[in-house]
Ligand binder design. Structure first.
Ligand SMILES: NC(=O)C1=CN([C@@H]2O[C@H](COP(=O)(O)OP(=O)(O)OC[C@H]3O[C@@H](n4cnc5c(N)ncnc54)[C@H](OP(=O)(O)O)[C@@H]3O)[C@@H](O)[C@H]2O)C=CC1
Ligand SMILES: O=C(O)C1=N[C@H](C(=O)O)C[C@H](O)C1
Length: 272
């Protein structure tokens, strides 16, 4: 570890993303794994974080006290669950450190807590931390702006592994927001998130979502712009969770020198 390395805490260290984050921190210059946190009672507490993640021992033992870890760290990488991320946001604000939030499935009640925490912490939050998906968001906004709403319907299709608990995915919603921004409409009132039974014809100008779950799919997303006699499809396929972990580490390093505030991956990647 070099003297100026950014000291990062991974919460939810034993999860799919927690393990990917530990591997990427281990192989990235300029950052070091400071602590690995799991909840009280987890079978992984007391184990070496590197053994969990498959790097071999790193000398960082999984513990359960986030505040203790945050007080002596520079940042926390958080891919856990909405209520847990709210708790971590409060503690990261108390410790005045960077909080990178990848957790999806958050509602307005969670978002308002993150925004409050961002008065003291540097918070970077995105439904998808990969460069490719954030570029896809920009392309989606531009395509939605270029093609007239009357005559071009927008549908967003996503598929993920069978363990995923939230729908539509954070990425699908990010792409929906991008399409809505391109069209100058409000996604909350113009989206159709579920269809079942006798739905009637499609309402013009709405943005539709379809969700598939199965197997070990890391994350596939398509934005379909459907016109009369032609389709434009923009898509991204995640093959490995390392793309999200690399993005999260990049976000933490970027935010280290920023003022307290609420940022997105578009800010980090210079795509905003
Ligand atoms: N933004 C992005 O780029 C990406 C976002 N994600 C999102 O990240 C989140 C996690 O995904 P994934 O890793 O697949 O899920 P996992 O279920 O594999 O991992 C979640 C981890 O968080 C832990 N956790 C939950 N609550 C707490 C708590 N209160 N304190 C400490 N640890 C806690 C879980 O522990 P336990 O098992 O004990 O509950 C588990 O270890 C999801 O919301 C997912 O959508 C995923 C990939 C990319
Ligand atoms: O739960 C996942 O796995 C993923 N979640 C994020 C989402 O909800 O979009 C990002 C990625 O697609 C993987």
């Amino acid at each position: 570890m070099a003297a100026n390395d950014m000291k990062l805490v991974v919460v939810g260290a034993a999860g799919r993303m927690g393990q990917a984050l530990i591997r990427i921190i281990h192989e990235t210059d300029g950052v070091t794994l400071h602590a690995a946190i799991e909840r009280e009672g987890s079978a992984f507490v007391g184990k070496d974080a590197g053994d969990l993640a498959g790097t071999g021992p790193l000398g960082v033992i999984v513990t359960t006290d986030p505040l203790k870890a945050f007080l002596d760290a520079d940042g926390v990488l958080d891919f856990t669950a909405p209520a847990a991320s709210v708790t971590f946001a409060g503690l990261a604000a108390q410790a005045r450190i960077v909080h990178v939030i990848g957790t999806t499935g958050c509602g307005p009640e969670h978002e308002e807590k993150f925004e409050a925490a961002a008065r003291h912490a540097r918070v970077v939050k995105s439904g998808n931390m990969s460069l490719g998906v954030n570029l896809l968001g920009v392309l989606t906004r531009d395509a939605a702006k270029a093609l007239p709403a009357i005559g071009w319907d927008i549908e967003i299709v996503e598929m993920h592994h069978k363990h995923k608990v939230d729908a539509p995915s954070g990425t699908a919603l990010l792409l929906g927001e991008a399409a809505a921004a391109g069209r100058g409409i409000d996604l909350a009132t113009q989206s159709v998130r579920v269809r079942d039974g006798h739905t009637g014809p499609r309402a013009a100008g709405t943005i539709g979502f379809a969700t598939l779950r199965g197997g070990s799919v890391v994350g596939d997303h398509s934005v379909i712009l459907a016109g009369e006699g032609e389709l434009v499809t923009l898509s991204h396929s995640a093959r490995d969770r390392s793309i999200f972990a690399r993005g999260a580490v990049t976000a933490a390093v970027w935010a280290r020198d920023e003022k307290p505030g609420f940022y997105s991956m578009l800010d980090v990647l210079g795509l905003s």
